[in-house]
Design a binder for this molecule. Structure first.
Ligand code: HMG
Ligand code: MG
Length: 302
């Protein structure tokens, strides 16, 4: 059965921008634009915004100003501004910049983990131990991501049992919520359901989030499938911005506007204003000189 309320987690400042490499701004999106995006998102009713990532600037140059972004946010009551971190160094910097939540990330594929964070799945998990310990000491919740849950750009198929195993490890280590990433968007409603079935055997469904990229145009269908199973947390990016730098050809997250339209049609509450979201999606698309990736935004117009 469908949930009555869905928590939307906005990804555009992090997942949306991390791979941005347009010639506009000579490839580097100015900190001021990132801050204005976050400010505009904060006016839409969203309660969770992933604002930046504290990763190696050699690997992901676009996130090199993460500290300035986290510190520049005009914080609002009731909104959590989170930061992605791969290791203790990232977590220390995120906490020093007042991240309200930290997220660690691994994957269900060894090959992808090596390319993305230069270590094995097991090594990645052991790097998260001190991160979670530090966050706990500061009373900061930690989210865990599992990537490649419905397919890997290097190894192809990924078994639901392997997704479930990595998700359970992160949950047992102390992640309060596990976000399941279809990094390359190859999933279909049936594979999404089967994966969720395996993961939710070990982890309560209200601790699981769907993080679907729309590369194959299946994300909305896949979200409908997992909503039916009771998923109540969805990650999305305005204007469908984004893509992972270590997943060739991966396009953006499913567009927040399209997810909200789906949820409204199902009578599911989010507290987010669709018109404001659409305006924000057009604004950032204009800044980046990109085509707006939300079908709902294109249909409704500015
Ligand atoms: P490495 O090269 O093995 O790391 O990279 P290292 O520990 O050997 O350090 C190398 C250099 O990086 C050193 O600097 C460190 O200080 C520095 P040097 O001495 O050479 O000058 N360094 C750092 N700098 C800043 N912040 C840090 C940090 N850590 C080390 N936290 C590492 C390993 C994990 C650091 C690297 O591979 C990395 O940063 N990877 C990040 C990749 C990434 O951001 N991918 C995209 C996010 S994941 C995603 O999008 C998927 C998701 O959306 C879900 C889904 O869609 O599936 C979450
Ligand atoms: Mg992603």
């Amino acid at each position: 059965t469908f949930p009555s309320h869905v928590k939307l987690v906005e990804m555009s400042p992090r997942d949306g921008l991390q791979n941005e490499s347009s010639d506009v701004f000579e490839g580097m999106v100015p900190t001021a634009i990132k801050l204005e995006l976050i400010e505009r998102l904060s006016n839409t009713g969203l309660t969770h915004i992933e604002a930046a990532s504290f990763v190696s600037p050699k690997w992901v140059p676009q996130m090199a100003d993460a500290s300035a972004v986290m510190q520049g946010i005009q914080r609002r009551d009731g909104i959590i501004y989170s930061a992605l971190t791969p290791n203790l160094k990232g977590a220390e910097n995120a906490i020093a910049s007042h991240a309200g939540e930290i997220a660690v990330f691994s994957a269900a594929s060894e090959a992808f983990t090596e390319k993305n964070i230069n270590c094995s799945i097991e090594e990645s998990l052991s790097r998260f131990e001190p991160v979670i310990e530090l966050a706990k000491a500061h009373n900061i919740p930690v989210r865990g991501y599992v990537s490649t849950v419905l397919g890997c750009p290097y190894q192809g198929e990924v078994s639901p049992n392997e997704v479930a195993r990595v998700a359970k490890r992160l949950y047992d280590m102390g992640c309060y919520e596990i976000s399941l990433g279809d990094t390359i968007g190859t999933g279909t409603p049936l594979s999404a359901k089967r994966m969720l079935e395996a993961v939710s055997r070990d982890i309560p469904i209200n601790k699981l989030a769907a993080h679907f990229h729309d590369t194959y145009g299946q994300a909305i269908a896949n979200l409908y499938a997992v909503l039916e199973e009771g998923i109540g947390i969805i990650d999305a990016s305005v204007a469908g911005l984004g893509g992972c730098p270590y997943a060739q050809g991966a396009s953006g997250n499913v567009a927040s506007e399209d997810v909200l339209y789906l949820l409204q049609g199902l009578g599911i509450e989010t507290g987010v204003d669709l018109d404001q979201l659409i305006t924000t999606g057009y604004w950032i698309s204009d800044q980046l000189k990109r085509q707006n990736g939300s079908k709902v935004a294109l249909a409704k117009g500015r």
